[in-house]
Structures are given as structure tokens and as C-alpha cells.
Unconditional design. Structure first.
Length: 165
């Protein structure tokens, strides 16, 4: 028997094809209920089968966070903002949002079903994300999570193939 290196396994072999999704007009309350009911921390947002974004607990926590405006520096009677107005605007809008369309992360990092687990793990580590939508074109096919990859390393399900027959 030859043991298979899980790093070379394809994402399509281990992805969740039945992961719950949200729609752009679903509310924050809908998302929180879904996360609690399914024991998940994020979900793709899809419209007509096409991925349009991702919503995670991190996106929803902005509902309770204090968004701080940039400070100002008074120089020669003029006010100069200390910080990014664009970032403040983005966070303020996210904090006020009530639908997935308003709070989701658009253009999320995605992976193909043909990508290796090593490629998926690298993308997750580099971008510090826990949930990676699996797409072909812009059509959502499933989801893979960091936990899936970690469990493969620890539990090592039967990944061996018999030689010969």
C-alpha cells in the first residue's frame, strides 16, 4: 500500500458541496441564525448560482463595533484628517448595513475544484481566511475550510491506495 500525500489532493475531493449559502437580500439576523443553527462561522453569498461575496462572523461583528472616525490635526487653522477616510466610510457603511449585500466581502478569494489542498491552504494562510469558496468560473461549487485541511492532517482518513489490485 502506498500512502497518498494529502497536500496533492484536489480541493474537489474534500470540499463541502452542500454548504449553506445566503442571498444578497438576506438580513444580518438571517445570517446569525444560519451560523448558529449550522455551527458555522461564514457562508458564501450567491445570486442565481453565482458567487457574489462571502459573509463571516467577522463581517457581522461590525454591527456591534464602535467605528471610530479618523482624528484630526489642526495645522495653521486647517483640519487635516489622520487616517483613511475611505476605510472609515467602508467600516461605517458595514456597521450600518442590514443585508448581506451591505456587509458581505465582495470579490472574495476563491479556489478551483482542481486546485491542490496545498494551494488552498496557502491562500488561506496568506489571506488569513477560514472559508474558501470553490468555484468554476463564477459558479459556486462548494466550500473548503481551514478545519477541513487540519482534520485531514490529524485524522488522516484512509488516503492509501492499494497497489496492484
Amino acid at each position: 500500500m502506498e500512502e497518498r500525500d494529502i497536500r496533492g489532493m484536489k480541493v474537489g475531493e474534500v470540499m463541502h458541496e452542500d454548504w449553506p449559502t445566503l442571498k444578497p437580500d438576506d438580513t444580518v439576523e438571517d445570517a446569525i441564525k444560519l451560523f448558529a443553527r449550522r455551527g458555522i462561522s461564514g457562508a458564501p453569498v450567491e445570486e442565481d448560482g453565482r458567487l457574489v461575496g462571502v459573509v463571516t462572523e467577522g463581517d457581522l461583528i461590525f454591527q456591534d463595533a464602535d467605528v471610530r472616525a479618523p482624528g484630526f490635526l489642526d495645522i495653521l487653522g486647517g483640519m487635516v484628517p489622520l487616517g483613511s477616510w475611505a476605510e472609515y466610510r467602508r467600516e461605517a457603511l458595514k456597521s450600518a448595513g442590514v443585508t448581506m449585500d451591505e456587509v458581505m466581502t465582495r470579490d472574495p478569494v476563491v479556489v478551483s475544484p482542481d486546485a491542490t489542498l496545498s494551494e488552498a491552504a496557502t491562500a488561506m494562510a496568506e489571506r488569513r481566511i477560514k472559508l474558501l469558496p470553490v468555484v468554476e468560473g463564477d459558479v459556486l461549487r462548494g466550500v473548503i475550510t481551514r478545519r477541513d485541511i487540519l482534520l485531514l492532517h490529524v485524522l488522516r482518513p484512509d488516503l492509501s491506495a492499494e497497489e496492484g489490485g
